[in-house]
Design a protein around this ligand. Structure first.
Ligand SMILES: NC(=O)c1ccc[n+]([C@@H]2O[C@H](COP(=O)([O-])OP(=O)(O)OC[C@H]3O[C@@H](n4cnc5c(N)ncnc54)[C@H](OP(=O)(O)O)[C@@H]3O)[C@@H](O)[C@H]2O)c1
Length: 286
């Protein structure tokens, strides 16, 4: 039997590009909207009908949904259009994938939680305070009755490349430019290495794992602690101003503790997440 592929809806996303990079077995095919990427077809979920895409749907066994307005501030400032992108269009995509009997992997977020009592487990009640979190939770609820689906609640992802605009590489850029760093010292989270997320999704695909899972490094960190570890690795003491996460000019106040326990998925898949402090040491030590 021919090996079927996985459709990455939103392959031009930060996460999607890592899938396409790992496409050595020609396992993935993707969609992009504004930012064209290889092995992909143009698809705007607001104006195109997924059923009309020029694809042979028999080629696909799985789909990973990465499409979204992923900036909480943008969601809040554009509630109607973000609802169309993050909820209405995603439900249409899901309906179609179910009709085609394609296994669905949906990427949700740590922001389905209100930040009152991390580290969160999968059985903890999700009570979002951000509109973006509400939108993610609405799709989670929609998927609950769909057996051939998996919901992965992702922690904040970080990458390895200089200009990928993720947590550590952003700080390094500021440090190298001798800029003062403004760092929140009151928010807890469990950042996850993007390559680990790709591996987890591959394992979910290979094993048809369904359910809800937290995908995080599994440890609870404060941002200032990680910045300190980075400065230690780079043996540099930049000027740092500490503040509350909610002192930043944000459209909505952020939940203060979105750390997530990832033991459910680590046990099920026998997976070891990258230790964030080791990543910092190995990647940035001078
Ligand atoms: N980044 C994180 O730390 C993080 C944390 C938790 C959860 N997540 C979730 O993980 C997934 C990937 O996140 P990411 O940060 O990698 O995403 P991203 O870089 O913000 O990319 C968003 C993707 O959505 C596509 N898109 C937006 N509007 C579209 C539309 N109307 N039609 C079709 N495609 C559209 C974009 O296409 P174009 O760029 O081609 O326009 C892009 O591929 C998302 O579901 C996100 O909510 C991310």
């Amino acid at each position: 039997m021919k090996n079927k592929k996985t459709l990455i809806l939103g392959a031009s996303s930060f996460l999607g590009e890592y899938f396409l990079k790992s496409n050595y077995l020609n396992k993935f095919f993707g969609t992009y909207n504004n930012h064209e990427v290889n092995s992909s077809i143009k698809f705007n979920s607001l104006s195109d009908d997924i059923s009309e895409l020029d694809l042979d749907w028999n080629d696909f066994s799985h789909a990973v949904i990465l499409i979204g307005d992923t900036d909480p501030d943008s969601c809040y400032e554009n509630p109607e259009s973000s609802n169309l992108t993050n909820v209405v269009s995603i439900k249409k995509i899901i309906d179609f994938l179910v009709l085609k009997n394609i296994f669905i992997i949906f990427t949700s977020s740590e922001f389905v939680f209100d930040g009152q009592k991390g580290p969160y487990k999968e059985l903890d009640k999700a009570i979002p305070i951000l509109l973006y979190g509400h939108q993610k939770l609405e799709i989670e609820t929609y998927l609950k009755s769909i057996q051939r689906s998996c919901i992965l609640r992702l922690a904040k992802m970080y990458g390895n490349f200089d200009n990928d605009r993720t947590l550590f590489t952003n700080w390094v850029k500021d440090i190298d430019a001798k800029k003062k760093i403004i760092c929140a010292n009151d928010q807890y989270f469990s950042p996850v290495y993007v390559e680990d997320v790709v591996k987890i999704i591959n394992l979910v695909i290979r094993n048809n794992i369904s359910g809800v899972f937290h995908v995080s490094c599994g440890k609870k960190y404060r941002r200032d602690f990680l910045l300190d570890a980075l400065c230690e690795a780079k043996r540099i003491r930049p000027e740092i101003k500490f503040c509350s996460i909610n002192d930043f000019d944000l459209a909505e106040n952020r939940p203060l503790d979105v750390s997530m326990d990832s033991s459910k998925i680590t046990k099920l898949l026998n997976f070891k997440f990258t230790n964030t402090e080791d990543f910092i040491k190995n990647r940035f030590s001078v």
